[in-house]
Design a protein around this ligand. Structure first.
Ligand code: NAD
Length: 306
């Protein structure tokens, strides 16, 4: 029998992910609160239910791709306007949350699902809209071995690298840890390029040295923040994302929550979060996160900066 999937949240990521599941032969019923998302989903061939409850009632698997943890918890438990999905789904339904949310929220969502007689796992992604469309996302999964085995064929339709990170919450843990490395390293690479500029060093010379030396990292060699050395990096397209600064700010905010709840003293992680939060309030709201270099350069040219 065909696995029946309810897909809630048909936005930039959820829409194309649902389309890939349909193309792979799954029976998918979607739902979104936003009329614009509903129309684009219908135009892309997704069957959209009248309500989340209608989408979930006969599903074997419920996938959520929502903005934040509060949306996931509210969808699971209900609001004044909508009944909770956990009370509507058939017993034993597998709830897979692919939104990027706090580790503690992911654990709470899992516990709520299990307490209501269901199964739950977190499976956040990286790879952006391009990866969602191409079915090449990376999934970081937190959940039991049994639930992972059930979800794997479905995740393989939407992604090309699927890592089972451990029990519930550990998919989100892997995502925040990775993105904390990424945020810090992009700032480090950008600061080094601006320092090199001030010292008279060409971008290419610094790239040729650092990319073959101990400064080598993804922020330098794949998403290089200066135009020139890496043809495909957003810096060559006036910092069109890519991965928007606002999303990096969001993910570093989740890392900060995890730092606070564990007591880890990650000074650079906290600082990177503050730097990206400020960036996201300006041009970083829409530009690629590597555009942080323009912010560093502007501050370095401010009166009194040199
Ligand atoms: P989006 O805002 O485009 O889509 C989210 C959708 O969820 C919206 O259409 C919204 O109307 C809908 N929604 C909210 N509450 C709902 C509910 N109760 N029921 C049904 N629909 C509801 O966001 P996105 O870019 O698709 O991102 C989704 C998640 O994926 C976020 O957690 C984000 O951090 C994460 N993510 C995004 C990217 C990216 O590049 N966009 C990359 C990796 C991870």
């Amino acid at each position: 029998m065909t696995t029946s999937i309810a897909f809630l949240g048909l936005g930039h990521m959820g829409g194309p992910m649902a389309v890939n599941l349909i193309a792979a032969g799954y029976s998918v019923t979607g739902f979104d609160l936003l009329p614009a998302a509903v129309s684009s989903a219908r135009a892309a061939g997704i069957t959209v239910a009248q309500s989340a409850a209608d989408a979930v009632a006969s599903a074997d698997i419920v996938i959520t791709m929502l903005p934040a943890g509060r949306h996931v918890i509210a969808a699971y438990t209900g609001t004044d306007e909508q009944p909770g999905l956990l009370s509507i789904a058939r017993p034993g339904t597998l709830f897979i949350d692919s939104s990027t949310i706090a580790v503690d929220d992911a654990r709470a969502a899992h516990d709520l699902a299990v307490a209501a007689g269901h199964r739950g796992m977190d499976a956040p992604v990286s790879g952006g809209v391009v990866g969602a469309e191409a079915g090449t996302l990376a999934f970081m999964v937190g959940g039991s071995d049994e639930d992972f085995a059930t979800a794997l064929p479905i995740l393989e339709v939407m992604g090309k690298r699927i890592v089972h990170c451990g029990e519930s919450g550990l998919g989100q843990a892997a995502k925040v840890c990775n993105n904390m490395i990424l945020g810090i390293s992009m700032i480090a690479v950008s600061e080094a390029f601006v320092l090199g500029e001030k010292l008279g060093l060409s971008h290419q010379a610094l790239f040729d040295v650092a990319s073959n030396a101990s400064g080598q990292c993804w922020a330098l060699t794949t998403n290089c923040p200066v135009p020139g050395p890496v043809e495909t990096s957003p810096a060559n397209r006036d910092y069109a994302p890519g991965f928007a600064g606002a999303l990096m700010a969001k993910d570093l905010g989740l890392a900060e929550q995890a730092l606070a709840s564990t007591g880890v003293q990650a000074e650079l992680g906290s600082l990177a979060s503050a730097i990206y939060r400020r960036f996201a309030e300006g041009s970083g709201a829409t530009s690629d996160f590597s555009g942080i270099i323009t912010d560093i350069r502007e501050r370095s040219s401010a009166p009194g900066a040199s």
